[in-house]
Design a protein around this ligand. Structure first.
Ligand code: NAD
Length: 354
């Protein structure tokens, strides 16, 4: 075992079926009694049912959560939070809703109970990305780390197959980059392998049987493991490219991760063969990059930036932005090689075995 440093993040995690019923107890355990329930417009009905069930413990629902956490939405939510004299947040949904809760917590220090319904993993991270005037900025602060995560597998049964696939691949990406992180450690490596394995086994089952309870349970467990990786160690080229693509061309978050991941892994393969072998083993295959491509393709998920509506003329701009500021990556960031990676991702070419 080589040397390492590891700082564990505080986390209270409740995992199971039907655990939504425990939200009230957790509000009380935090010493709170006036929760604002957050959701997207699409999940408003679920949020209202939760709100009604919690009766006197909530002050209402704010259902305007939007992808990439626009500051103008946060300001509207903050006004509702303050007007209602709320004392905590209950975020019911995916990364967009959790992002809104984090943005309010950043400004108020309000405690958060998070009930994730996708596999994006934001609930387990002290990271917040916010968008203002079209520009996305990200910061890490314990102020936004949720106090309580309640995973209720029942709530994921309705996640549509295409979202299950791309959200699951988004989670896998966190664990993949954790396995070659500069600040990696043995505990996170174990979680990363667990997360990749659980999702690689569950997602193909879910693409055929979206309501398979065992596979849903495995996938949500994998999402927690992968989200914990994202929250604990630094990411690299893959996350940088997705950040640039999402921020500059407003590409959908989970789909972009799904398309870029095999190509980022192929780029890094020569620099980190041992990590790549661990990823391949977790996937149950011989070679990580083509296996990730095949997994996405077999799930019916998009495999090209072209299919996401990315303009080919924008690839040079993405390459420029991806090399503009230095950041850690196991293989040196070279503009020409990154541009080639983007070309492969644009056209959806299957990476070759390393
Ligand atoms: P999302 O939260 O935008 O959800 C996508 C859509 O699916 C929404 O309409 C949502 O209401 C719906 N949905 C969610 N769960 C559902 C369910 N179980 N059944 C039916 N519909 C459901 O998508 P996402 O991919 O979870 O989150 C993306 C956002 O999260 C991005 O803004 C991204 O930047 C952020 N994110 C942040 C972190 C972090 O650590 N800060 C990590 C991952 C993602």
């Amino acid at each position: 075992m080589g040397p390492f440093r590891y700082t564990a993040l505080p986390a209270k995690v409740i995992f199971g079926f039907g655990t939504l019923a425990q939200v009230g107890d957790e509000i009380r355990a935090l010493g709170c009694s006036r929760a604002l329930v957050l959701s997207t417009p699409q999940q408003r009905v679920d949020a209202e049912i939760l709100d009604e069930g919690l009766a006197e413990l909530t002050v209402g629902v704010f259902s305007e959560a939007t992808m990439h956490t626009p500051v103008e939405v946060t300001e509207r939510a903050l006004a509702v939070f303050e007007e209602a004299q709320a004392d905590c947040l209950v975020a019911l949904g995916g990364g967009s809703t959790i992002g809104l809760g984090k943005a309010i917590a950043l400004r108020t220090d309000a405690p958060q109970i998070v009930v994730p319904t996708t596999y994006a993993g934001s609930e387990a991270t002290p990271i917040i990305g916010e968008t203002k005037d079209g520009a996305k900025s990200t910061q890490r602060t314990l102020k936004v780390l949720p106090e309580v995560i309640i995973y209720d597998v029942d709530l994921t049964l309705t996640l549509p197959p295409h979202l299950s696939a791309t959200s699951g691949m988004n989670a896998v990406a966190h664990a993949v980059e954790a396995l070659y992180a500069a600040d990696g450690n043995p505990l996170i490596n174990c979680l990363a392998e667990q997360g990749i394995g659980a999702l690689a086994r569950a997602l193909p089952v879910l693409s055929r049987s979206p309501r398979d309870r065992d596979a849903r349970s495995d996938a949500l467990y994998g999402a927690w493991a992968c989200g914990t990786c994202l929250g604990s160690v630094g990411m690299a080229l893959h996350h940088k490219l997705c950040h640039v693509l999402g921020g500059t061309f407003d590409l959908p978050h989970a789909e972009t991760h799904t398309v870029v991941l095999p190509h980022a892994v192929a780029y890094n393969a020569p620099a980190v063969p041992a990590a790549l072998a661990r990823i391949a083993t977790a996937l149950g295959k011989n070679d990580a990059a083509p296996a990730l491509f095949d997994l996405a393709e077999n799930l019916g998920a998009p495999t090209s930036l072209k299919a996401l509506g990315m303009p080919e003329a924008g690839l040079d701009q993405v390459a420029d932005l991806a090399v503009a500021n230095p950041y850690w990556n196991p293989r040196t960031i070279e503009r020409a090689a990154v541009r080639e990676l983007l070309d492969d991702a644009y056209h959806g070419r299957r990476p070759e075995a390393a």
